[in-house]
Design a protein around this ligand. Sequence first.
Ligand code: PMP
Length: 419
Amino acid sequence: SVPAVPAVVGAQLRVPLVTGGSAEYANLDHGASAPCLNAVRDAVNELLPWYASVHRGAGFASQVCTRVYEGARETLRRFVGARRTDSVIFTRNTTDALNLLAAALPADTSVVVFDTEHHAALLPWAGERVHHLGIPESPQEAVRLLDAALAECADGPKLAVLTGASNVTGELWPVAELARVAREHGARTVLDAAQLAPHRPVRIADLGVDHAVLSGHKLYAPFGAGALVGRDDWLDRAEPYLAGGGATRSVPDAGEIDWNTGPERHEAGSPNTVGVHALAKACEVLAEHAEAIEGHEDLLLRRLRAGLATVPGLRELGLFGPEHDRVGVVSFTVDGQDPGLLAAALSAEHGIGVRDGLFCAHRAVRHLLAGTDAQRAVRISLGLGTTVEHVDRIVTALRGLVAHGPQWSYELDGGRWVP
Ligand code: PMP
């Protein structure tokens, strides 16, 4: 039986179908944003009466919020298994966290990055010292590519950008091995844990990773907060990410501004206290139920992949082979079928939400589609709201769509199929 996991808001939401009536919404798009945990909603409701400014007020509510906000740093540090000395900087999301790190790199840092990365991890690095590693076909090749590229880097600081789990294929990357090779070359590592953290525990100290980033909205805390966790020396020496209140110790009438060190240096302006509280609560709940979450997903993923294997012409996308360990994300194409039309019909006729496209990882998806007629793929991503019925429903729906086509007619409107 499938282990029970923490409940999410909107678990039994009903959505209208074009074919008449309604269906319980099957959200199979957790990879885009995960629904809010009931426990997160409750924690937010509890905080809202005390909602006030952080760090700036003498009043009781301000003290409560400051305690909540600062306490959340410790929760995040524990959640990613960081070192005691690591800092936690709150950001808007993963993209923001990676751009912050990119802006804080010492001059002349060489950056090595695989072309498979999500654009958030692929694009923030600028300049001549960015080395693109191409696309490996196996975890061993990934390690070899990184080793060779770091050997070629000029002297000076180096950073290797790693991903924990792909948001396209769900495949797990050999992070510990990659981090070991990086260390041998004196390079630091940053782990994009946006897709890993909702599914598996992240332990950056054990992995030997220097920095990690994640997004609350992918972690069942949809309130616009993310984090950059890790070593603080580069960050303490960098220009503040945002200039403004909270980032300074003193602003003299003339002369040098005395900027803070520590997280405050990069968190100018009134912070997203509610979002940070929600993120920390989600981290607590996910950590507490890690085993059940993995068990639930493992069973559903097996069932899904076994079902998808019965859909004629369906090809699962993957770099490292079908047996390679992955989280609950499966992208695919179906021979002769338009992925956008499949996704539209799944929604309109079956009440199933999936995503189609290139998933902000254009190079990776184009590589995976090379040699086929497809320009895009469909992605199913499982999560805590997923049930056996959702999995069975999408498999049955896909088999029907492939055999008979949609029941309704659709037209293209701005590149999207609409009923
Ligand atoms: N990296 C990965 C692996 C992701 O899945 C995502 C979100 N899809 C991001 C980075 C970017 O996250 P955000 O949009 O929250 O900044």
